[in-house]
Design a protein. Sequence first.
Length: 478
Amino acid sequence: MMISLPLPCATRFAATASLKSAIARIVLVFAIALPGIWAEATAETDRFGGMTAWTVGASDHFQLKEAHGRWWLITPDGRGMVALGLNHINELKHPTEYSRTRFARRLGTDWVRVFAEVEQQIRQWGFNSAGFLAPPEMRKLMPHVLSTKFIDASFWQTKLTYADVFAPEFVATAKSRAHAAAAEMKANPLCFAWTWNDSVCWDLALTRKSHGTDFVSFMRGLPRGAPGRIRYQAFLRERHARIGALNTAYGTAFASFRELANADWSKLDLARPAVLADDREFLRLIARQYYQTISTPFRQEHPQGILMGDRFHLRDHPNEVLEEAAKFIDLLGIQPGDHYQPSVVPLTRPDETWFDAAEFDRLHRLTGKPIVIADHQTGFFNDQTPKTGGWFQYATAEEAVDSYARFLRDAFARPYIVGYFRCQYLTRYHDEARRFKQGLLRPDGTPYDAFVSHLRQTHQEVLHDLLKETGSSRSDKP
């Protein structure tokens, strides 16, 4: 089976001497051992980045298919590919920081020309996708993931603002935004998936430790008459049947279930085994309502659209939530690492510095879904960005490159990984974290040339390894 190469021909960039040497060695290997595969690997790609040498039949949208023992994205032209994306390109439009860049000096705010250059540049670095949070101009140029926010409750936010997912207002908002997303995806075949929120705090224990609240406690504390609170009260009655049984389990003294409408839950002992067990099951109901409410109107408008749902932060994805999400999504998005505060999970090494194959295997078995690495990077020290965050910072760019290459090789060795999105295009300073969010461009818009050259080589080597393992045939069918 053939996959996408982000650089269809060597003439699209000026290779360095070392890269030319590496390419020459690869050519020699293919010429001796795999001549048929090499001939197809250098073939032109379709307009989406899929190889023209292999097809399963064209459609009007991206698809996910399993073939030859692994999962693949299939372009609307019917070609096989894996996604190598770059996220947060929209941040180039930040007025203050954009004004410092070479783009501003040369092109002003002619965003069409600016992002045409950005597309050419990142394709030269081996990326074939604009990831998520791409600006409208980029969404016309490259495959990408459409992102829509529903909840402000990401792990990196100081205050978590959950939503009453049982409320009619949330249902109406979900329907409106789902219809808008479906319309945009159907109108633009370059949009290959729809995702929602970034790293929502789902895990009860982790969120209580880091933020002093959680999704269930939010619902429990809603005002009298709020739909979410009413659903919680009904849930307790379903679980315990008799008020005496609830009082015994919770250490409370309610005279009847009717009193729950005015109950003050602020002093509830969350560590009681019965309370924790109930909270986990009510979290399941929240997740079911959340995913069903958003996905149903989307499916009605765009049944073939690839749905990712929330992008989960690695280790903040309770089984109850994943089991419910898996009923509605097509693609699981996982973000390893990126800790803006000390991790609440004991780690022997930072998550972003290695690919935890055992945990990713478990997530794939639990959900049965292919997985995309939704956001990831490791940074490195330099004089312009002495302190980066929240990603792990290596002392040198060479160490960061080695870590990146190792992570990608290990990730794509798993047959269910269909994409990888790297965090950040332009380096930005985040005042709230007092750290730089390091990208592939310096704050003045000039690239870290040696670093991106190594990334390009890594992308080619990863795709070469996939080709070698899979083989190719013009008549392959999933």
